[in-house]
Design a protein around this ligand. Structure first.
Ligand SMILES: [Ca+2]
Length: 244
């Protein structure tokens, strides 16, 4: 499956014009811009480079609708939510802020999957074709019980079929547990997206696998070069702040 995909993408790259390749090479030498989902978070208006949505299906494979604004469970906590959950929100306070059994660190973003298997999504709108590094740190922030979620990275390469990577935050994910990973995403055209999604972990819980799944998220994305072969590649190969 992977080999077939790589072969197909290789054909796409070979088909690029010489001028396109020269442009990509030139761009690759430029200083990397880092897009930070936390510092660039905006509510109640979705910002230019980001969007907050849900995805559905096992493994969050199906892109879904934009989350409506208006979520604010405590002063300074603002964001987007559909129904009771899923949600994407930020603590805009300068101190850790608690609500229910959740503690959100100062200035941080957090996400929660839905009650019916909906995945919470932070979407980066890639401004141009290229190879992007996606850096993720997830932290369990519900003090009542261990968090069990799974994180996914998707790219929207033509024909908009998502391919994703997977990391799991579970198995003893008590409050404060963190998990970090990176993915390299090759975006083959302009105006495509890179999604970071979390699901409910499908863990056994008599009241539903979505319980205690509040997850603080740090998400940074930078462009490191030309578009490569498309798709999402393995983890922990590159980081935005590593010289190259
Ligand atoms: Ca769960």
């Amino acid at each position: 499956m992977i080999l077939q995909k790589l072969t197909k993408r290789s054909i796409t790259v070979v088909g690029l014009s010489a001028s396109s390749l020269a442009l990509f090479a030139s761009s690759a030498m430029a200083q990397s811009t880092v897009w930070d989902a936390t510092s660039q978070f905006s509510a109640p208006t979705q910002p230019a480079n980001w969007a907050y949505l849900q995805r559905t299906g096992a493994g969050c494979v199906t892109p879904g609708s934009v989350l409506p604004a208006g979520y604010s469970p405590a002063p300074g906590l603002v964001g987007y939510i559909a129904g009771p959950i899923p949600l994407v929100a930020k603590n805009t306070n300068t101190t850790q802020t608690a609500f229910s059994s959740v503690k959100v660190d100062a200035g941080k973003l957090w996400m929660h999957p839905g009650t019916k298997g909906e995945c919470a999504v932070v979407r980066f709108k890639a401004p141009s074709a290229g190879t992007y590094v996606v850096e993720v740190t997830m932290k369990a922030i519900d003090v009542a019980s261990p968090n069990v979620v799974r994180g996914y990275v998707f790219g929207s390469n033509a024909p908009a079929v998502a391919v994703g990577g997977l990391e799991t935050l579970n198995a003893g994910g008590a409050y404060g547990t963190t998990k970090s990973f990176t993915r390299t995403v090759s975006v083959l055209g302009a105006n495509r997206y890179i999604d970071f999604a979390i699901d409910d972990g499908a863990n056994a819980d008599p009241l539903g696998p979505f319980r205690f799944d509040s997850t603080q998220v740090e998400l940074r994305i930078c462009r490191i070069g030309g578009p490569g072969m498309g798709g999402v590649m393995g983890g922990d190969i590159k980081r935005c702040d590593r010289p190259r």
